[in-house]
Design a binder for this molecule. Structure first.
Ligand code: PGA
Ligand code: ZN
Length: 399
């Protein structure tokens, strides 16, 4: 039984405040978790409130419901209490940032009570025992860096890696190889919010560089490393012009579908996230129809980890994969529901970090617990390697 829920403001990787929760139980269980935060946030995500406000509201409305009455190990009860305390369908009152921090901290307290690792508590005895392939962000721009590529993320996808550790090290090696290639071209640059290189080059040059870097490292490591993208199409889409804006260039929806389909073939892309706007179900369906047999067409801002939006996508044939970010929907139960609905309809779940992160490792456990085929949590940088190193430890332990 939960006896205490403590909430505080801590720093995230961008230096912004975020919500951290501690959950303590009668039998001495303890869990701590922190909410991440997006920059290219989807319009239909659950509401992130200013941390002070989210904490004050959660203390007033949610904490009294949890303390003394709810078992930390009963995740559905914890998350139902959070929904009941909030009373809206988007956590507009207590904030999805308070909700997700409490939900994840309760899961950890529940695992602690059982003496089980979090992935085991969440996944149970019937997990498949596979490991998620990490998608490593190696070059990027968009909302994550000023004056860099238009496409938000160029991702290494070590689909042939024999172990999670090999995959993690391969992504770091691609990141390093990209730095060498940029150096050869005399391109100086810093990093974006997720640790990817953020060069001031056009997207065409970024394609060349990442393609070469993945090939070089694949040869060196002796397994296949694919290439993926997060286009973050909603950030490129201009509703007034009804077009995707890449600096001076624009593409109509038709041209955008054509462009992405061309990229899939030219670079053998294994993964394309948000190639189109967050309302573009039909265009998503058209693209999926064309390339869905050979690549994952993943909805992030399109689905926002929301079962209602995913169900619409399933009906429309939009995409064949869903990005899963617990803070987009506010609780682990809701994230589990999205994954379950996705898997039932042949959509691959990809568990994901946010651009603003903390050292919290819950998503590594969530990916293993749900047998997600992919996890997207960067390639380098402390708040990213916290998850990647946790995956290596989990694999060492259990996979
Ligand atoms: P965000 O970006 O966390 O800034 O939304 C990550 C993504 O778009 O996948
Ligand atoms: Zn995305």
């Amino acid at each position: 039984r939960i006896t205490d829920v403590r909430l505080r403001r801590v720093l995230d990787s961008r230096g912004n405040a975020t919500v951290e929760a501690d959950v303590l139980t009668e039998s001495g269980g303890f869990g701590r978790a922190a909410a991440p935060s997006g920059a290219s946030t989807g319009e239909y995500e659950a509401i992130e409130l200013p941390p002070s406000e989210a904490i004050a509201k959660a203390r007033e409305l949610a904490v009294p419901r949890l303390e003394g009455g709810v078992y930390a190990g009963n995740q559905r009860d914890v998350d139902a209490a959070l929904h009941a305390a909030d009373g809206t369908d988007d956590f507009g009152v207590i904030g999805a940032n308070s909700a997700v921090a409490i939900s994840m901290a309760a899961a950890k307290a529940g695992a602690d009570v059982l003496g089980a690792p979090l992935f085991q508590h969440l996944g149970g005895a019937f997990r498949g025992g596979s490991f998620p392939t990490p998608l490593g962000n190696v070059v990027g721009g968009g909302e994550h860096a000023a004056d860099a590529t238009h496409i938000q993320e160029f991702l290494a996808a070590p689909v042939g890696a024999p172990s999670v550790a090999d995959a993690v090290f391969a992504n770091a090696a691609v990141h390093a190889e990209v730095a060498d290639l940029l150096d050869e071209r005399d391109v100086a640059c810093g990093k974006g919010d997720e640790g990817a290189w953020a060069p001031s080059i056009d997207d065409a040059e970024a394609f060349e560089i990442v393609d070469e870097a993945t090939s070089t490292v694949a040869d060196e490591f002796g397994f296949e490393i694919g290439f993926g993208l997060d286009v973050a199409g909603a950030e490129l889409y201009d509703a007034d012009e009804d077009a995707y804006v890449y600096g001076d260039e624009t593409r109509s929806t038709e041209e955008q579908v054509e462009y992405i389909a061309g990229l899939v073939d030219e670079y053998d892309l294994v993964y394309v996230e948000d190639p189109l706007d967050e309302d573009a179900y039909d265009a998503f369906a058209e693209l999926t129809d064309r390339v869905g047999d050979r690549t994952l067409v993943c909805g992030d801002d399109l689905f926002v980890t929301n079962t209602e939006r995913l169900a619409e996508g399933i009906d429309a044939g939009a995409g064949n994969s869903i990005l899963v970010k617990p803070n987009q929907i506010g609780t682990l139960s809701d994230a589990f529901d999205a994954i379950e609905l996705a898997v039932r309809h042949g959509y691959d779940p990809v568990v994901s970090h946010r651009s603003g992160e903390t050292e919290d490792t819950t998503i590594a456990h969530l990916a293993v617990a749900t047998d997600a085929p992919f996890i997207k949590t960067g390639a380098v940088g402390g708040e990213r390697t916290a998850k990647l190193n946790e995956l290596i430890r989990i694999a060492d332990d259990a996979l």
